[in-house]
Design a binder for this molecule. Sequence first.
Ligand code: SF4
Ligand code: SF4
Length: 420
Amino acid sequence: MSSTLSFGTDNGLLEKVAELSGQNLYACYQCGKCTADCPFSFGPQQVVRFLQLGQVEKALAHDTLWQCASCYTCVAACPKGVDPVRIMRALRTIDTDHGKGLRSRVFGKIDGLSKIGSGAMAPISNTLLKLPGSNLAAHQFLGIHKNRSLPPFARRTFPSWHRNHTPLGDGHRGKVLLFNDTFMDYNLPQVGIAATELLEMAGFRVELAKKVCCGRAMISKGFYDQAAVQARANVEHLYEQTREGAFIVGCEPSCLLTLRDEYPDLVEPEMKEQALAVGRQAVLIDEFLAMLSDKGELELDFDQAQTNGRSAIFHAHCQQKALADPAKSMQLLNMAGYQAELVNAACCGMAGSFGYEKEHYEASRAAGERGLFPAVRGRNGAEVVVMGISCRHQIEDFTDAEPRHLTQVLRDAVTRSTGN
Ligand code: SF4
Ligand code: SF4
């Protein structure tokens, strides 16, 4: 804990937490639903209680604050609209030394590291990742659990594919900006390829958004100053690109929803209106396609004979549940001819980098075992569809399923031509 902090009930820290979080701490009436629903058995209710009592020091010392997986389940659970995640995030900003070790710095800078490791360097990077003992070294020196593996790097990155591909349509519906996230760019280009092809087959011209990393990794590790720099840069870039009404379409819920949920609070007050304008144009790909469908404007012909009523189970990412609407994904899967079922489970247990961290491995697995893993193991041949990369990774680590992103499943329901 920072030695420069002093605590008390009237030192301004409480006001700072309320201001940074944008939350009315006293709207919480201590019903306990957030704590009861937390898949990791943490205690957000107690953190808020300490703040209500003016006991900032006790709130800062509470384990929940430093172990919270930011899964957003408590946000969705609160009947009063209180956001414990924002409150805890604000609290962490005032203790600037806690938890900023090497592992946090590595995860926080995953975008830059992935860029270096992919492309021409991918064969070397992937060989290093597979060397005997590399997992033990990561366990020892980075605190990444030895049973976890990092996603391999792509030899051909998604931006490289995008620059050189031939569009599948004439783009008569106009431009969309694809928010190409770090994992899409450097680890799983197949998700970006599927998204591009799906949007092109729907009549759009797909441009990659001019942007830097969304900053989600920095936020989740408490590097708010750096995240604010990234938010400012993106608001500047994206505001100009969306002035004529283009949508920013994203595939990774935690990245795209950072634009909507975090940027207005991360940028300076004079930039807030621009951030809100960018947020209004930022949509997940399922929201975008479902919106078109609801207006009778979706130009995609799904080949229902191909899917033939096959079963699919859809697991919703936590931020998708809290800040968007998984019903949009379900709507599209059903339109594509699947008998789709929404998995009744809370967090998968991975929650960004949480499940990678050696001290959280067991809690991460236990959270998945509470609902998601049994549902996946009992899928009986159903397609497993998930939008979040960390959720897919978690399912792969603890079941024999091979989950796919929604864009891959939908793209293949229209055409099988690319085979990605
Ligand atoms: S965000 Fe998730 S892990 Fe954190 S306290 Fe809320 S429910 Fe628990
Ligand atoms: S669910 Fe909302 S109102 Fe209830 S204890 Fe948690 S934060 Fe307070």
